[in-house]
Ligand binder design. Structure first.
Ligand code: ING
Length: 319
């Protein structure tokens, strides 16, 4: 018996610094209507989908920084998205900057939520791998201050939803194999990943021409090695002068790309995802219980950085 989830990529083009949340929500609802017209159950939006990618700037004033965060979800400007989801009986995955007060303490996360067809939040994920740097580095063409503006999350969870086991990750998370394996060990069948990825990496410009290749290879590997679907969704195009890759795609548990966007603007791409295609990978080649050898994997959890080279040297990190 096939368990189909009809999934839409909800790729976004640039969001201008001054663009209001109301204007952005209008773009998101337009994509949701397009997806609904094709019979979709779920639409996946990018990371930080309500505002421009503000970590590209150094800001000293916390009040200015906090204008990019949501204190409530849904709030007045995002409620129309939840209302439409319920009206159309469509679920969605949305990335946004979350300001949460926990035990009287303010926390700021790079967050993603999963909303079901009734418009209810059924899962929340906080980005674990925060790339970039914490201090102003004026030498860069643009900053990447996620380590300054956000606190890291501490767990990769999965949720029963849309007839299967759904997980979430955000942007840089997709480059780390641990992200997929932790969810793979929880039986994940579909991982939803939004991203904002500049073409240019100031620390390694020699990688720039490979940015779309690296985008695909990490998600295709994660899908195949854990027998899961992966949905990767870009905020794409030249946003406030910084060119971001597109490359939004839907990847089957085989590792094959089955759908992709063709532009770097607001665009949907679709696939009819049969969650039962996960089974043959989880039950044979990646039958974890039969084939994994955790006693050989100790360094993966016990160590953060790499150990010294045999001659005592260490590859000097560029950061
Ligand atoms: N963006 C980028 C990403 O991991 C980055 C950061 C860009 C890292 C280029 C390395 C090279 O896709 C976010 N938001 O994580």
């Amino acid at each position: 018996m096939a368990r189909f989830v009809n999934v839409a990529i909800g790729q976004l083009g640039p969001i201008a610094r001054e663009e209001t949340r109301t204007a952005v929500v209008a773009r998101l609802t337009s994509l949701m209507r397009q997806a609904h017209a094709t019979g979709c159950d779920l639409i996946v939006y990018p990371e930080l989908a309500l505002t421009t990618f503000f970590p590209r700037w150094y800001m000293a004033d916390q009040r200015e920084i906090d204008t990019y965060f949501e204190r409530e979800m849904p709030g007045p400007e995002t409620r129309p998205l939840f209302d439409l989801a319920r009206e159309l009986s469509m679920g969605f995955c949305l990335g946004y900057a979350e300001l949460a007060v926990e035990d009287g303490i303010v926390h700021r996360y790079n967050t993603s939520i999963l909303v079901d067809k009734a418009g209810a939040i059924v899962a929340k994920y906080r980005k674990v791998h925060l790339p970039g740097h914490a201090e102003h580095e004026p030498w860069r063409k643009f900053q990447h201050l996620e380590k300054r503006y956000f606190e890291p999350g501490v767990r990769f969870g999965v949720t029963d939803a849309f007839g299967g086991v759904i997980g979430m990750a955000i942007c840089n998370d997709r480059r780390w194999p641990e992200t997929y394996r932790v969810m793979g060990l929880q039986g994940v069948e579909m991982v939803l990943i939004g991203y904002n990825t500049p073409v240019h990496n100031p620390l390694a410009p020699e990688h720039d021409h490979l940015s779309t290749f690296h985008n695909r290879i990490v998600m295709q590997a994660g899908a195949y090695q854990n027998g899961t679907w992966v949905i990767g969704v870009a905020k794409a195009g030249i946003e406030e002068g910084v060119d971001h890759i597109g490359g939004s795609c839907i990847i089957a548990p085989s590792g094959e790309i089955v759908a992709a966007c063709a532009t770097k603007g607001d665009e949907i791409a679709l696939a009819r995802c049969d969650l039962d295609l996960c089974n043959s990978y989880k039950q044979t080649i990646f039958n974890f219980d039969l084939h994994r050898q955790p006693r050989a994997y100790g360094p993966i959890v016990e160590q953060k950085g790499q150990t010294l080279m045999a001659d005592g040297s260490k590859v000097a990190p560029r950061r």
